[in-house]
Design a protein around this ligand. Sequence first.
Ligand SMILES: [Zn+2]
Length: 274
Amino acid sequence: MANNGAAAEEYPDSETQPFGFARTRIMTSLKSLRSLRRTALDLLLPPVCLGCQARIIDHDALCPSCWRQITFIRPPLCDRLGIPLAVDTGGVMLSAAAVADPPDYDRARAVARFDGLMRVLIHGFKFHDSHNVRRLFGRWLAVAGEELLAEADLLVPVPLARWRLLARRFNQAQILAAEVGRRAGKPVNPFALVRRRSTAHQVGLTRAQRLKNVTGAFRVPANELSNVSGKAIVLVDDVITSGATASAAAIALKRAGARRVDVLALAIVSEPYS
Ligand SMILES: [Zn+2]
């Protein structure tokens, strides 16, 4: 319990953190059935940091040291690409990259940059689904995507190629969509988009080449057209790399009549202040 105290003192304002990683010990008072259950669970499985396994106050969270290793994406943001901007000029802002080469989706938002511990956590989640990481990611996505989710009619996970699904046994984007859909109270449709073919490796290609590589990779099945047409859709994926995959998925959904296609991901590969 000594560790818990130290963590709480180091981050006294953890309650007000937008991604709140910890709650104060007062919250664990025996005032409700929920806290009773929680206390029983804590005795059986003491909460540990999902990054380093150190003892912490709450389940499904990170210790302060691991927390500091996540580069959370915070405003001011480019409204289209969701990347951080150097200065806040007020209103809707666009990065030079979004103006020069606009994506086919409307807006992207991501929790953090794809580096350091975030990269490790996502890699672990891809191959070993864990309920704890799932809940942490769901919470983060709900905050990062608040604006997109408020306007969404439907959440659609980016599908995996079939061979990849067989090798991995689960689609992590679908798990993330289910988690964030439950939190935001929005329906999830994992059948709205299918992957026609897997795409070749994207490394070393220009953005135009990457988009060509993935164009036609997705389609909306005929029996799903009425579920997509006229809808504001939030595509859910784990990582936005070049944006080419999300753009190709957005093209397929828009061809099927989607009114708006936004993208919500755990991480984005981007330079700061693009
Ligand atoms: Zn840790």
